[in-house]
Design a protein around this ligand. Structure first.
Ligand SMILES: Nc1nc2c(ncn2[C@@H]2O[C@H](COP(=O)(O)OP(=O)(O)OP(=O)(O)O)[C@@H](O)[C@H]2O)c(=O)[nH]1
Ligand SMILES: [Mg+2]
Length: 432
């Protein structure tokens, strides 16, 4: 069947694009424009309905078989974007024999089935359409372009090399198998395994790009956490008061720090309390502490034990900060920095340190990240199969290597899984 759909947003617009794909695409040109168009040339045409009345003027472009997005003959009608013209053109197309309205994602699905793009690229295209921030767009483009697919293709090639080595020596008796051959196979499979493992780890970075970095301020009551979120965000996000236990809920402020989406989070002061609401707040704070990418542990200079009752699980990304240096020091903690929010002392240094931590996390995030469960599942299966490439029995080794190859190849090309294809392409809108 030849399919058609509105490819631009439904509704009133300057220009609407209606796309037709299929072997009969040329029939639509002939019926609607009464012209024969040269491929890839924009031609201004009158559009005729089935009663020979002109209903619009449109720029029409024809793409030949194999030289279009879908790989089939494609026509794009760029009409005036009025609701009546769009529905008229869709009606006229529906009257042509062999034509039907496209399903969601069907143009992209045809591009995949026609070998114009692989599945990883199709998933990247869906992300590209959905992308909202610059980082998301960058990532989606890496998936839609060749970068990620090439990684999978190169693993596939290397695994095939292993198979070729096995094939070449399968007739040797066990004793005669050259030792370096077994070593070579093990070396290649180990290398791929390590690379897969590294790539699996990038999944958490993908979440940062999607949801932003979470910076949580954690500390005992009254240490100045709310004062700090207000300072860092340059807004009055939280109530500041000398009464310990002021903040109970989680307070968030969305920031854009040097192009990185960051959520600053103020939490309830952590201490033992009999107050039911405060207890609830402490629980929430401890939960946030576990999921933050960066924790700013904030203590008071005039506390003997500024972090008592707080489980200081520190990574390199976290900062230990002492506030209230305008008051007398009562502790012997060695923090990353001491500040006074009251006197605005060393706050710019704190901000610099925070900037460094953020950049550190984001800058290690170059290249394409894993962001699809489907791809992850195949990678995990490939990893499992490669783990079994041990021993000396070439036939058994070859079974596991073949399994690994199948898993890797399924990432770019699912051969027999209509359900999976339905999920991937169903995510697109009609007309894409
Ligand atoms: N002397 C002094 N007081 C400060 C400083 N920073 C904040 N404060 C005061 O300390 C008190 C507590 O500040 P908050 O920002 O509300 O502290 P918090 O950590 O959010 O407290 P809870 O919400 O109760 O957990 C307020 O009276 C602030 O004005 C500082 O650097 N020096
Ligand atoms: Mg507070």
């Amino acid at each position: 069947m030849t399919i058609y759909a509105l490819s631009t947003v439904p509704g009133k617009s300057g220009v609407a694009v209606i796309r037709v794909s299929g072997q009969l695409a040329k029939v639509a040109i002939k019926k609607l424009t009464k012209k024969a168009l040269k491929p890839r040339e924009a031609t201004l045409c009158k559009l005729y309905d089935h009663k020979d009345s002109v209903f619009d003027q449109a720029v029409v472009v024809f793409f030949e078989d194999k030289k279009s997005f879908t790989g089939e003959p494609v026509v794009e009608f760029q009409t005036h974007g009025s609701l009546s013209i769009i529905s008229k053109l869709l009606d006229e197309l529906s009257m042509i024999e062999g034509f039907r309205l496209a399903e969601p994602g069907e143009f992209t699905k045809r591009a995949y089935l026609g070998g114009k793009i692989n599945l990883v690229q199709a998933e990247g295209l869906a992300d590209l359409i959905d992308s909202e921030t610059e980082k998301q767009r960058e990532q989606a483009l890496m998936h839609y372009g060749n970068l990620l697919s090439d990684k999978y293709f190169s693993w596939s090639e290397e695994i095939k090399t292993c198979l070729a080595l096995i094939e070449a020596s399968i007739d040797f008796s066990d004793e005669d198998i050259p030792k370096n051959l077994l070593n070579e196979i093990r070396k290649i499979s180990l290398k791929i395994k390590v690379e897969i493992n590294e790539f699996l780890k990038t999944e958490k970075n993908a979440n940062i790009i999607k949801e932003g970095l979470r910076v949580a301020i954690i500390g005992r009551p009254n240490s100045g956490k709310s004062s700090l979120i207000n300072y860092l965000s340059r807004k009055k996000i939280a109530i500041v008061s000398k009464k310990p236990g002021t903040t109970r809920d989680i307070l968030r402020s969305q920031e854009n720090f040097f192009g990185v989406p960051v959520t600053l989070i103020d939490t309830a002061g952590i201490r033992k309390s009999n107050d039911q609401i405060e207890k609830e707040g402490v629980k929430l704070a401890e939960k946030i502490q576990k999921t933050a990418h960066i924790k700013i542990y904030l203590g008071s200079n005039n506390d003997k034990n500024p972090f008592s009752g707080i489980h200081l699980d520190r990574t390199d990304n976290d900062l230990l900060v002492i506030n209230k240096t305008d008051l007398k020091k009562k502790h012997n903690i060695k923090p990353n920095i001491s500040i006074s929010l009251k006197n605005e002392k060393k706050l710019n240094i704190l901000e610099k340190k925070l900037e460094k931590k953020i950049k550190n996390i984001v800058s290690t995030n170059t290249g394409a990240f894993l962001n699809k469960k489907r791809q992850r599942n195949h990678l995990i299966n490939a990893e499992k199969s490669l783990n079994m490439v041990t021993g000396k029995d070439l036939e058994i080794m070859s079974i596991h290597i073949r399994d690994a190859l199948k898993s890797i190849d399924s990432i770019t090309k699912e051969t027999d899984n209509e359900e999976v294809l339905g999920i991937i392409f169903g995510k697109f809108c009609i007309g894409k």
